[in-house]
Design a protein around this ligand. Structure first.
Ligand code: HEM
Length: 265
């Protein structure tokens, strides 16, 4: 069976460029044989040619360069994520994106849009559960007026640290328990993107939910978006703390609502 004319040609990715789009940093989905991970940030970088489009033979330096160019991360933050990532993975040589998902290294259960790693498997699933994407977006709309939001054609809804906390509390209840280090990693992952995309409207601060839906659900950057500031490490630490504080508050309120008197102390 031949492909319809409108279908993009099936092709091989080599290096940062794509033989079909031809344009630097234009989106192209992974092709057969390309390697992808459980990380939306890294997959997006490969889909836009900020690291090798086939997701293979990637060094820590490639990641540092890509994180700075794609998301505007500061050098210390890009070096921290890449070098610490390679150390946790116990890798010196170049890696394929799939290898980043080694279970319980950086990767953890209770992900926002991925299922827990099945018992006995070494690597996390990379499939995105679009129902979970919808729930994440719904967590960002909780408490906002009915009829407002993307379904109503409103792209102004912004996701903030409290919305991320709501999603994390929900996933940590639904999934296998995670230890404190992986819980911190999970908050940090979202803390970075909250900083990179922070947007202000007259009465709200956060990241546009439609950007989040497209990024975490389809591993694509918003059209025409380029970094507008340098995203630093300390700012990410502050944002992770804000997510943690909001999570603690939610858990406390829930315990009180369930009649746990000690939670009031
Ligand atoms: C701009 C920088 C980055 C951002 C914004 C980011 C963001 C994220 C987010 C939001 C997730 C969670 C996906 C989910 O819950 O389903 C994730 C997962 C992951 N990221 Fe990244 N990431 C970044 C860089 C990196 C780097 C440099 C590495 C490794 C060297 C990495 C490794 C991972 C891994 C292994 C996971 C899977 C964790 C899980 O089980 O959910 N990430 N990332």
């Amino acid at each position: 069976m031949s492909l319809p004319q409108s279908h993009p040609a099936v092709h091989q990715h080599k290096g940062l460029s794509c033989p079909v789009s031809g344009k630097l940093h234009e989106y192209c989905p992974p092709q057969a044989g390309d390697s992808r991970s459980a990380c939306p940030a890294l997959n997006t970088m490969a889909n836009h040619g900020y690291i090798a489009r086939d997701g293979k033979n990637i060094s820590a330096f490639d990641l540092i360069r890509g994180l700075k160019a794609c998301y505007g991360l500061s050098t210390p933050l890009a070096v921290f994520l890449s070098v610490v990532g390679f150390i946790i993975l116990k890798k010196v040589r170049n890696i394929s994106l799939f290898e980043i998902g080694k279970h319980n290294a950086i990767e953890h259960d209770a992900s926002l849009v991925h299922h827990d790693t099945p018992q006995g498997q070494e690597y996390a699933p990379i499939d995105i559960d679009q129902t979970l994407v919808g729930r994440l977006i719904a967590d960002a709309k909780t408490g906002r007026e009915q009829g407002e939001g993307p379904e109503a054609g409103d792209t102004r809804i912004l996701m903030d640290a409290t919305d991320v906390a709501r999603a994390r509390v929900r996933r940590e209840k639904e999934c296998r328990p995670i230890d404190s280090v992986h819980a911190e990693i999970a908050r940090g992952e979202m803390g970075i993107i909250l900083g990179v995309w922070e947007t202000k409207t007259h009465d709200n601060v956060g990241i546009p939910v439609e950007w989040m839906r497209r990024w975490i659900g389809s591993e694509r950057l918003p059209d025409g978006w380029k970094p507008d500031h340098v995203q630093g490490l300390l700012d990410v630490v502050k944002r992770s703390k804000a997510i943690r504080t909001a999570m603690d508050e939610m858990k406390k309120n829930e315990a009180i609502a369930n009649g746990d008197e000690k939670a009031k102390l």
